[in-house]
Design a protein around this ligand. Structure first.
Ligand SMILES: [Fe+2]
Ligand SMILES: [Fe+2]
Length: 192
């Protein structure tokens, strides 16, 4: 049992802002391209891309409320920037909305903002697609887009993650504890 990707795309168009839906579709197409390059299931990549931002337009108080109701741990950073919960809340809401969705797709959605020390190829593909889809105009996005298929997927992911971290630091944004764990796993250190 799966989820019809056209139905999922329609649902995203109804649910998200026009730009949010357009971004989601670009992420889906980019994730599919990455999946093709690395021998990952292309349908799952497309579907996870379409659905990855399912909760991104929820208002901050609703994200916090949903997270608490769903039993998702809420850190001090999440309280200050509730938008950071949109990946974990979105993953849980997608599971409820689309009962045929696979665990791998749900995990990829959940891990699309912070990553995780243990990510599948699919989850890395969706993370990278979200950072480099053609609507992302920063210079490194174009460089990474052209590296799809040329670099090992783990290296592509590591570079996309490092770019995200640099942006976080340059813009003096709060760092979530999960980001530290993922970074340490990329750097090869103790992930705890
Ligand atoms: Fe997102
Ligand atoms: Fe996104």
């Amino acid at each position: 049992m799966g989820v019809d990707r056209e139905a999922a795309l329609e649902a995203v168009r109804r649910r998200l802002s026009r730009e949010g839906a357009a971004h989601s579709e670009r992420v889906a197409l980019t994730a599919r391209r990455i999946a093709e390059a690395y021998g990952i299931d292309v349908e799952s990549a497309y579907l996870a891309g379409v659905l990855h931002d399912w909760a991104r337009d929820l208002p901050p108080d609703e994200l916090l409320q949903e997270a608490r109701m769903l039993g998702i741990p809420v850190t001090e950073v999440d309280e200050r920037v509730p938008y950071l919960l949109h990946a974990s809340v979105g993953a849980r809401l997608v599971r409820r909305e689309f009962p045929g969705v696979s665990d791998e797709v749900v995990d990829a959605i959940e891990q699309h903002t912070f990553g995780s020390p243990e990510m599948s190829g699919l989850a890395m593909a969706v993370y990278v697609a979200d950072s480099v889809e053609p609507g992302r105009t920063h210079g490194s996005a174009a460089v990474l887009r052209s590296a799809i298929g040329a670099l090992p997927l783990r290296e592509l992911f590591a570079r996309a993650y490092a770019d995200g971290l640099r942006h976080l630091i340059d813009s003096r944004k709060l760092m979530h504890p999960k980001t530290l764990k993922t970074w340490n796993s990329i750097a090869g250190g103790d992930p705890s």
